[in-house]
Design a protein around this ligand. Structure first.
Ligand code: ADP
Length: 558
C-alpha cells in the first residue's frame, strides 16, 4: 500500500498489484537508497517541456496521450552491483525494467518505456564518470551518465583538446552511451558512433556481468579479489573491438539484451587544423547532381567528415519561427521557399562540411571539393568568417570539431509548442535515390499539412535521410495527423526497399515488421536470443519490436 515516502503511481507495472509494487519499491530502496527511487504519481511530474530540464518519466514529444508511454517509477542505481541487484529483483518479481542513460532520446520517445508502468532504470544519475582518457592511444572509457558536453569539458579541463577531440551529435546533452547504443551519429570523421565504440561492460538481464571483446581477457595486474566491475581491464579493451570468438556487441545495440555500464569510445586525434565550409545550391532540382558529385568524394574520403545537406527550411527554422516568415496557414509553395532562400542568402539546398589537416592538406582538398561542386551552376562557397551571423554555419563550425551545443534545438520551435518526430530512412548514396525519397516524403508531408523539413546526412556509402515532422504538442488533431503521416511513410518506404535506422516507441513494431525477409527470419533470431537471455522477459519488452514470449499476449497495436 502507499506509504508516506511512496505514493501510488499513475500507472502500475503490468500484472502487478499495488501491494506487490510497493514491495518492489521497498526492496529497490534497500538496494539504491530511498533518495534514488521516485514514484511517478501525479500530473505535476509530467510537465517538463525543455531539453535542458528534461522529463525522465514520459515522452515530452508524445504523439499519443502522455500516459501511454510512462514509467511507474524511476530507480537510479549507484553502482554496477546496484544494477545487478535491481535486475535480480525484477526477475524475482517479474516486473519490467527500461534503462535509459540521460533520457534525451527526443523524437524517438525520450526516457519513456514501450510498456507503460515499467521501472525506469536511471543509469545516468549516479554513474556519470569519465573513467579514463588515454590521449596517446586516443580513447575514453565512460559511464552511462557522461554526456557529450561532459566528455568535451573533461578534455578542455585536462588540456587535452590539442591532442584529441570527442565527436558529438547535433545536441550535446545526450549521453555518449545512450546515443551510441541507439546508433546515433555526429559530424566529424568519427561521426558513426557505433563504429567508433570499442569495448562494452554489460549487465545481462539475469544480473550477470560481461565485458566484451578484449575485455573478456583478464588483465594480469588486476586484483582478482576485487569485484569484477572494479577489476582493472585488459589494456587492449579499448584498442581492439573483436577479441576472440563470436562478436557480441551488436546484440546490445538498439536492443533489450543487456544494460551497458561502461563503454570505450575512440577519440579523434587533433588533425592539426580544420576548415568548415558551406556550399549553397540555388535550385530544388539540383539535388540529384549534388548527391552524384558527393558519392565518389565521400566514398574515397576526400569528404572526410559526415557532411550534411539541408533542405532550405531546416536552415530557415534555425533562424526564425514559421510565423516570422509567414502569417499564412497555407503550406509554403516553391515560390515561398525561393523567397526565404533569397532573404537568408541561402540555396534551396545547403551543404555543410569540414576539411581536416594542416594548411597544405586542406588547400589541396578544398581545391578538389570546390572544383567538383562548381559544376553546378549558381553554387556558392562560404567559410564561417564570411557569414558571422549565420547560426547554422557558426554552430556547425563547432560541431565539426567536436564542440557540442544545443543551438540545433531552435528549429523545433518552427511551430508553437514545438514537438517533433523523425522519419529516418536509409537511402543509397545516389542522386536518383535521394531524389525519390525527397519526392515521396515531401509530397506526403504536404498532403498531411506539414511543411517539409529534411536533411541528408551522409555516412560513407549511404545517406541517413532525416525528415523532421514538426507538430504543435498542444494540438491533438495535429499530433494524430503526424502519427498517420509517419505510419504511411514507413509503409510506402518499405514498399520501395527503404528502411528506417531508428524509430519512435510508437512505431517500433511497425518498422520491425518491415524487416521481414524470409518469413521474418531476423526477428525470429532476435526473439530466440531474447528468450534465452531473458526468459522472464523483464528487460525492455517490446524495445525495437522485440517481444519476449512472456509478453506475446501484450497488445502490440498502438
Ligand atoms: P540519451 O542519452 O541520448 O539521452 P537515452 O538515455 O534516452 O538517450 O537512451 C536512449 C535509449 O538507449 C534508451 O531508451 C535505451 O533503450 C537505450 N539505452 C540508453 N542507455 C542504455 C544503457 N546504459 N544500456 C542499455 N541501453 C541503453
Amino acid at each position: 500500500q502507499a506509504t508516506p515516502s511512496h505514493p501510488e503511481p499513475i500507472s502500475l507495472p503490468p500484472n502487478t498489484s499495488s501491494a506487490k509494487f510497493h514491495e518492489f519499491l521497498r526492496r529497490a530502496s534497500a538496494i539504491v537508497g530511498d533518495e534514488n527511487v521516485v514514484v511517478v504519481a501525479g500530473d505535476d511530474q509530467l510537465q517538463q517541456q525543455d531539453y535542458m530540464d528534461r522529463s525522465k518519466v514520459h515522452d515530452m514529444f508524445h504523439i499519443l496521450e502522455k500516459e501511454v508511454f510512462l514509467h511507474s517509477c524511476t530507480v537510479a542505481p549507484k553502482d554496477v552491483p546496484g544494477v545487478q541487484n535491481i535486475m535480480r529483483l525484477a526477475n524475482e518479481m517479474e516486473i519490467p525494467v527500461w534503462p535509459f542513460s540521460m533520457g534525451r532520446n527526443l523524437g524517438y520517445g525520450g526516457a519513456a518505456p514501450r510498456v507503460p508502468g515499467s521501472i525506469g532504470l536511471d543509469m545516468g544519475k549516479n554513474m556519470n564518470k569519465v573513467l579514463k582518457v588515454d590521449a596517446d592511444s586516443a580513447y575514453a572509457l565512460v559511464e552511462p551518465g557522461v554526456s557529450f558536453f561532459d566528455l568535451h569539458q573533461y578534455l578542455v579541463d585536462h588540456d587535452l583538446r590539442d591532442k584529441v577531440w570527442a565527436d558529438c551529435p547535433d545536441l550535446g546533452g545526450g549521453s555518449v552511451i545512450g546515443n551510441t547504443m541507439e546508433r546515433g551519429i555526429g559530424y566529424t570523421p568519427y561521426g558513426d558512433h557505433w563504429m567508433m565504440h570499442c569495448g562494452l561492460e554489460v549487465v545481462l538481464p539475469d544480473g550477470s556481468l560481461v565485458r566484451t571483446g578484449m575485455g573478456a581477457l583478464p588483465n594480469p595486474k588486476a586484483d582478482k579479489n576485487a569485484p569484477p566491475h572494479e577489476q582493472e581491464p585488459n589494456e587492449c579493451w579499448q584498442l581492439f573491438n573483436y577479441g576472440f570468438g563470436p562478436y557480441h556487441d551488436g546484440i546490445f545495440s538498439q536492443s533489450n539484451m543487456g544494460i551497458v555500464t561502461k563503454m570505450g569510445v575512440w577519440l579523434m586525434p587533433n588533425p592539426g587544423g580544420s576548415q568548415t565550409y558551406m556550399i549553397t545550391f540555388p535550385r530544388d532540382d539540383d539535388l540529384n547532381r549534388i548527391v552524384e558529385i558527393m558519392r565518389p568524394l565521400r566514398v574515397s574520403m576526400v569528404l572526410q567528415n559526415v557532411p550534411k545537406l539541408d533542405n532550405i527550411l531546416v536552415s530557415a527554422a534555425m533562424e526564425g519561427t514559421r510565423s516570422s516568415y509567414t502569417n499564412s496557414k497555407e503550406l509554403m509553395t516553391d515560390a515561398d521557399l525561393d523567397a526565404i532562400a533569397e532573404k537568408l542568402g541561402l540555396g534551396r539546398w545547403n551543404f555543410y562540411g569540414c576539411i581536416y589537416g594542416p594548411p597544405e592538406v586542406r588547400e589541396v582538398l578544398w581545391k578538389v571539393i570546390k572544383g567538383a561542386f562548381s559544376q553546378i551552376p549558381g553554387s556558392k562557397f562560404y567559410f564561417p568568417e564570411d557569414r558571422p551571423h549565420d547560426k547554422a554555419l557558426q554552430t556547425r563550425k563547432n560541431t565539426f570539431v567536436g564542440i557540442p551545443s544545443i543551438t540545433e534545438l531552435d528549429w523545433v520551435s518552427w511551430l508553437p509548442n514545438g514537438g517533433h518526430l523523425f522519419f529516418a530512412p536509409i537511402a543509397k548514396l545516389t542522386g536518383d535515390d535521394a531524389e525519390a525519397q525527397y519526392e515521396l516524403t515531401r509530397r506526403r508531408s504536404e498532403e498531411f499539412g506539414f511543411d517539409f523539413l529534411g536533411a541528408f546526412l551522409v555516412g560513407v556509402r549511404e545517406i541517413h535521410h532525416i525528415v523532421c515532422i514538426l507538430f504543435d504538442r498542444e494540438d491533438p488533431e495535429m499530433r494524430t495527423r503526424a502519427h498517420e503521416l509517419i505510419k504511411l511513410l514507413i509503409q510506402e518506404a518499405a514498399d520501395r526497399g527503404w528502411g528506417e535506422y531508428r524509430a519512435h516507441l510508437a512505431l517500433m513494431d511497425q518498422v520491425a515488421g518491415t524487416y521481414n525477409f524470409n518469413d521474418g527470419a531476423h526477428m525470429k533470431l532476435s526473439e530466440k536470443i531474447k528468450d534465452a537471455l531473458d526468459p522472464k522477459g523483464i528487460l525492455s519488452p517490446g524495445k525495437n519490436g522485440v517481444w519476449p514470449t512472456t509478453y506475446k499476449q501484450y497488445n502490440k497495436q498502438i
